[in-house]
Design a protein around this ligand. Structure first.
Ligand code: PEP
Ligand code: MN
Length: 356
């Protein structure tokens, strides 16, 4: 159930509503208003409320509207915002402002898997910008399967990302793995990335939700997460106070080892039914093979993804991380061209001009 609080309600009326809700939930579940689009809303599981209780709630002076939502996730449910939400990126750290989730051209996020050096990052940043990307990616803290692999440059990597933003104007996205580092990463990054391995790291989700600068969060799907688990992870971030969440499908584990993961493209139109959050796709981690990245990029946009995140390296074969799935800036340029065309066809423009 979603309760929208009347903005005209007095503090007494609000307090009355809160104490009624606490009583109804037996003081056992969190009942906290969250600010969404300028309104205070309370999400809670009202499945056990009978008719009389619902009527009592609607009679409360502080209640403007009650929306029954049966799914376990409430705030990210499509019913909460049927027109879909957009996430504005890059407003506060001096880079360009980019909107994710609009129906215009797909947003392309590109850059190396890991920030390896100043030279590698700056040359890649300039090249991906020239190829048509509007956001730069680069891992400073890397979640590596083996402790003996390159772990990222850490804070130095964050400084280099900030420098790359100053040089190119591209807002930057980078992964944060620890709750205690959320505030630090948010000082440098325009988007916080929560990686697949951390999708259900609840303290991290809460810290990203509470981050004081309200940096947008890109939440990658867990290696073997169901869509409901993923949406509930997103719900944690929104319920903690940060509505700026982007979902990223990056493939799920299956039995076939030919590709690194299995890209679940059906989840894109499905998510658009279930949630108002924007959805982007990561064909690099989903396939693990650079030759599959262009066709899967086109397919992702055809499936309705609002953007792509792609790994690009100046010399993919010498990359310290994920070289096999990294493409060159030249390959990125063709992906940008092709996906723009696909998006145009999807919007009907191409078809209409052809028919005309
Ligand atoms: C990444 O984007 O570099 C990454 C580690 O991705 P994932 O969490 O999807 O494996
Ligand atoms: Mn990677």
């Amino acid at each position: 159930m979603l309760i929208t609080i009347d903005s005209q309600a007095t503090s007494e009326q609000r307090a009355q509503l809160m104490s009624l809700l606490r009583r109804l939930t037996g003081n056992q579940r969190p009942v906290t208003p969250v600010r969404l689009d300028g309104r205070d809303v309370i999400a809670l599981d009202g499945s056990s409320f009978d008719e009389a209780t619902r009527t009592l709630l609607t009679q409360q002076k502080a209640v403007e509207r009650m929306l029954p939502i049966k799914t376990p996730y409430k705030l990210v449910n499509k019913a909460c915002k049927p027109e879909g939400s957009t996430v504005v990126v890059g407003e506060f750290l001096g880079g360009n402002v980019v909107t994710i989730g609009s129906t215009s051209a797909p947003v392309i996020i590109a850059g190396p898997c890991a920030v390896e050096s100043r030279e590698q990052l700056l040359s890649t940043a300039k090249a991906v910008k020239a190829a048509g990307a509007s956001i730069l990616r680069g891992g400073a803290f890397k979640p590596r399967t083996s402790p003996y692999q390159f772990q990222g440059l850490g804070i130095e990597g964050l400084r280099l990302l900030a420098e790359a933003r100053t040089v190119t104007g591209l807002p930057v996205i980078t992964e944060v793995m620890e709750p205690d580092l959320v505030e630090t990463v948010a000082e440098y990054a325009d988007i916080l990335q929560i990686g697949s391995r951390n999708m259900q790291n609840f303290p991290l989700l809460l810290a990203a939700g509470r981050n004081s600068s309200k940096r947008p969060v890109m939440l990658k799907r867990g290696l073997a997460a169901t869509i409901d688990e993923w949406l509930l992870a997103a719900e944690y971030i929104v319920a903690a106070g940060n509505p700026h969440v982007i979902l990223c499908e990056r493939g799920i584990r299956s039995f076939d080892v030919q590709t690194r993961n299995v890209l679940d493209l059906a989840c894109v139109p499905l998510l658009h039914e279930l949630t108002h959050l924007p959805v982007i796709v990561d064909p690099s981690h989903a396939t693990g093979r650079r030759e599959l990245v262009p066709p899967m990029s086109r397919a992702a946009i055809a499936a309705g993804a609002e953007g792509l995140i792609l790994e690009v390296h100046p010399d993919p074969n010498s990359a310290l991380c994920d070289g096999r799935q990294s493409i060159t800036a030249e390959q990125l340029r063709s992906i940008v061209r092709d996906t723009r065309l696909v998006a145009q066809v999807m919007s009907g423009e191409e078809i209409l001009s052809y028919v005309a």
